[in-house]
Design a protein around this ligand. Structure first.
Ligand SMILES: Cc1cc2nc3c(=O)[nH]c(=O)nc-3n(C[C@H](O)[C@H](O)[C@H](O)COP(=O)(O)OP(=O)(O)OC[C@H]3O[C@@H](n4cnc5c(N)ncnc54)[C@H](O)[C@@H]3O)c2cc1C
Length: 291
């Protein structure tokens, strides 16, 4: 049952931030409502004031600049990211990740900002954005700040936002030359939430083929998305081959202690981390070689 609340529909960011400041601690943002309504209907969240930002057109955009990289407004729906020609050309992994996120109907209404701010560790976008070294721009009526995507999730359904703050931009840098990024998730059916997921980014030195940098991020292995830093170290500084990628998967698996859930035991999900890191790393390496 949803408890009564005051409803506001600001048309500008300034208006929304002013409402959040005015009702500090007693207001919640709603965008598409796909995650928010679930927690409200279950009584996990009540609020006196609901600030509906879906009508703020200025937060719905995809912009690309070769130097600055990609900027995505938080109200951009998943389907727009999946279908964006700019993203398909320069950040294909984002489009591929979105293609496997939920159904077309869900992708046509749910927003990237809502997905990140919901703080579900099973969410698909966060690990890919972490692998791409993306940053998030946060605003309140007092000013703006930038946070690394990997520092944004704090705990299960908790993110690093103060009650008067909102996410206003996702910033994805231009990947270094000879970089490939790929993501894979274990699903029962296409579009399901991942039982586990992995995103891997690999940068090669074109002269000798040595891996200059690697970033590995995992979903649904704990209360937040995780970075598998020991597995990254297995790859950096080496000429990559199949056995190294298998080893990186095994190390990533050892770095996790996923809880058991209805989809699988902790041991099964841990094992699958190894498999899905390896699969994503194979694809990332292929892309890096072709880049
Ligand atoms: C059937 C179904 C299947 C799904 N499958 C997947 C899947 O396979 N993979 C996956 O990753 N996700 C999946 N999802 C989750 C889906 O991606 C999210 O529900 C959706 O993106 C949330 O966006 P929203 O605009 O509806 O956010 P809302 O539900 O409106 O908001 C979610 C949270 O974010 C906060 N919020 C929203 N925007 C902002 C902002 N700009 N600043 C600060 N706080 C903000 C809200 O206060 C709320 O806490 C699925 C959801 C459904 C309903």
């Amino acid at each position: 049952m949803i408890v009564d609340f005051e409803y506001f529909a600001p048309k500008t960011v300034a208006e929304a931030l002013s409402l959040l400041a005015q009702h500090k601690g007693e207001a919640k943002i709603i965008a598409g409502g796909q995650s928010m309504l679930v927690v409200m209907k279950r009584g996990l969240l009540t609020t006196e004031n609901l600030v509906d930002i879906k009508g703020i057109d200025a937060l719905d955009y995809i912009k690309y600049d070769e130097g600055k990289g990609l900027r995505i407004g938080p109200l951009t729906i998943h389907r727009a990211i999946e279908k964006s020609p700019i993203i398909q050309k320069h950040y294909r992994v984002l489009s591929e990740m979105e293609h496997n996120l939920a159904t077309v109907q869900t992708r046509n209404w749910g927003t990237i900002g809502g997905n990140l701010c919901h703080g579900d560790p099973a969410g698909d976008p966060a690990p890919v954005l972490i692998a791409l070294n993306a940053k998030l721009k946060i605003a309140s009526s007092k000013g703006e700040r930038i946070i690394e995507t990997e520092d944004f999730s704090q705990d299960y359904l908790e993110v690093a936002l103060e009650p008067d703050e909102m996410l206003i931009e996702i910033q994805v840098p231009t990947p270094p030359p000879h970089t490939g990024t790929a993501s894979e998730k274990l699903m029962v059916m296409k579009g399901d939430m991942g039982i586990v997921g992995a995103a891997v980014s690999i940068t090669l030195n074109p002269k000798d083929g040595v891996c200059k940098d690697a970033r590995i991020a995992l979903s649904n292995c704990g209360s937040t998305p995780l970075r598998a830093k020991k597995a990254e170290k297995k790859l950096i500084g080496k000429v990559l081959n199949d056995s190294l990628l298998i080893e990186a998967g095994e190390v990533a698996s050892e770095e996790t202690a996923p809880p058991a859930d209805v989809h699988g035991s902790s041991e099964y999900r841990k094992e699958m981390v190894g498999v899905f890191v390896r699969r994503a790393a194979i694809k990332a390496l292929e892309k890096a070689k072709a880049a």
